[in-house]
Design a protein around this ligand. Structure first.
Ligand SMILES: Nc1ncnc2c1ncn2[C@@H]1O[C@H](COP(=O)(O)OP(=O)(O)O)[C@@H](O)[C@H]1O
Ligand SMILES: [Mg+2]
Length: 334
């Protein structure tokens, strides 16, 4: 079947500010910090975009902002271009999120059938007398049995619960799914099954998928494009192949260097790049390029003043790549 490519998600200049935490009993007043800073991102129908970055870089916050669980402090999020419906219900119908922890995401006192019937009823997705049938179909589609509808979450394993969460997410046929580390809490033995299920559903239903992970090796197999986040900013967005063969940001190069090589010649880096120091706190983001304090390329180039003084924008390069580095061509030359 031929599918026409159209944008399902357009994010422009998105920023999210959090209040910050008070430290100690007589702590100073909490200082607000920017968890996301001027994110621009587009996603087409049927496309899988991987979002990677260290813990705390803002990946979950971006997912939650897109589904409407976190208020924006600036910017716009447009789901399905041309459709102006921005209310919570309209948005929920277009984008659904699958969370990392399948133990926390299902209501313990609701049967699986009730959990799956709820979105169908709220969104009037099917006539009332067809809900049971639809629930059975959903369970079968995710590899469970129709009679499981009568059971409670505690009867299921982590992998099965994640299947149920996925069934709930696809129940109302969203145009986009956000999967936030969907297998990180699961046994290694079932991780591949869940990833394959998500990938099959994306193809079958031509859904867009934002696939959040800290695992670059998973993301590069599942996603056509990859976005790399550092301290609440996108530092590189590129086709998966281009990004893994020839990264255009030194942070991406460092992440790639930590991934064991599957095929010889696939990754440009031969030994792991150990980044200096810890990831800076959001409350003390370095001036200039936020990555320069840990950047191997900055050191190698003799610490150019430009990197200390100006923030590189996420600029468009050849073959559809975007990177926020003043030296994108040298970024692969570790
Ligand atoms: N509701 C919140 N209130 C205050 N700070 C938050 C909140 N949610 C996340 N943060 C902070 O925002 C930053 C980004 O968090 P998160 O999006 O969870 O990162 P990631 O998913 O990449 O690990 C972290 O410093 C985190 O502590
Ligand atoms: Mg997270």
């Amino acid at each position: 079947m031929m599918h026409v490519r159209r944008p399902v998600l357009e994010v422009q200049g998105l920023s999210v500010t959090f209040a910050g935490e008070t430290v100690g009993a007589f702590g100073k007043r909490p200082k607000p910090f920017r968890a996301l800073d001027e994110i621009d991102l587009t996603l087409n129908n049927g496309e899988a975009l991987g979002l990677i970055g260290e813990s705390g870089s803002g990946k979950t916050t971006l997912g939650k902002a897109i589904v409407g669980l976190v208020p924006l402090s600036a910017g716009t999020i447009t789901l399905e271009a041309g459709d102006a419906a921005a209310d919570r219900r309209g948005r929920a119908r277009k984008v659904q999120m699958v969370f990392q922890d399948p133990y926390a995401s299902l209501h313990p006192r609701q049967t699986i059938g009730q959990t799956l019937a709820e979105p169908l009823r709220i969104h009037k997705a099917v006539p009332a007398d067809a809900i049971d049938h639809m629930v059975a179909q959903l369970l079968e589609r995710v590899g469970l049995m129709p009679h499981h509808a009568l059971r409670y979450p505690q009867h299921f394993s982590g992998g099965q619960r994640q299947r149920i969460a996925i069934a709930r997410a696809i129940a109302i046929e969203p145009s986009m799914i956000i999967a936030d580390e969907p297998v990180s809490a699961l046994d290694v033995s079932v991780q591949a099954q869940i990833l394959n299920l998500l990938d099959d559903l994306r193809r079958e239903r031509n859904m867009a998928m934002l696939f959040i992970s800290h695992d670059l090796s998973v993301v590069r197999h599942l996603c056509q494009r990859i976005a790399v986040m550092y301290l609440g900013r996108l530092v590189e967005v590129a086709p998966a192949n281009a990004l893994t063969r020839r990264p255009a940001h030194p942070y991406t190069t460092a992440l790639l260097s930590a991934v064991p090589r599957v095929h010889a010649g696939n990754a440009p880096v031969h030994k792991p790049i150990v980044l200096a120091g810890d990831i800076p706190s959001h409350a003390a983001i370095p001036s200039g390029c936020p990555f320069h304090t840990r950047c191997w390329l900055y050191d190698k180039k003799g610490k150019p003043a430009q990197c200390r003084n100006a923030r590189p924008p996420l600029a468009q390069h050849e073959d559809g790549r975007q990177s926020a580095c003043f030296f994108p061509k040298e970024a692969a030359s570790a």
